[in-house]
Ligand binder design. Sequence first.
Ligand code: DX5
Ligand code: ZN
Length: 220
Amino acid sequence: ANTPLICPSILAADFAKLGQEVAAIEAAGADWVHVDVMDGHFVPNITIGPDVVKALRPHTTLPFDVHLMVAPVDPWLEAYRAAGADILTVHPESGPHLHRTLGRIRQLGARAGVVLNPGTPLTVLEEVIDLVDLVLLMSVNPGFGGQSFIDSALTKIERTRALLDAAGSTAHLQVDGGVTALNAGACVAAGADALVAGTAVFKGGPDAYAANIAALKGAR
Ligand code: DX5
Ligand code: ZN
């Protein structure tokens, strides 16, 4: 399998030093910056508004991969795109018209992602596959960092890989939640090409980021 893209979730960064943190993960070999946006309604936590994303934009040239856990999501797409998001990923449960939402994201010039919770069936992808640049599979129930990887995600990765290949889709297949060097290899073997990791990247502080990222990239 190829080397996966590593997308550190800044939810696990030091929020008092976010600018330095995104610069540090770029220097340490990260590929994308994963930004977890939570509204205290769709998920039980509140995190990062568009003004924070805008403030971070000058601190790195890495793509901003923005995971929107917000409902309704449509009113926020433009603000996060204007703030510097390159990828906007939405949950199908966060609005009544997934097809329209994905079209809108591309219209804004961003790449469009769909994210499936552990309890969300894969079939939701079938009707929108042509509008999707990234599929994100949750391997925890969203809301918090530091949770344990749900093992049934591995067969879901395999099934999603098969669905994307059968559709001739080149969309990225990303996994999020409880990813560590111990399960990263299995995720990639199952067909993932991008891994989100919060705790596994930021543990140990800035001096450890490069080794933490290398361990995820090299996991077999
Ligand atoms: C969960 C978030 C994840 C999470 C990852 O709602 O979407 O991105 O912060 O953190 P770890 O890697 O610590 O599980
Ligand atoms: Zn996330």
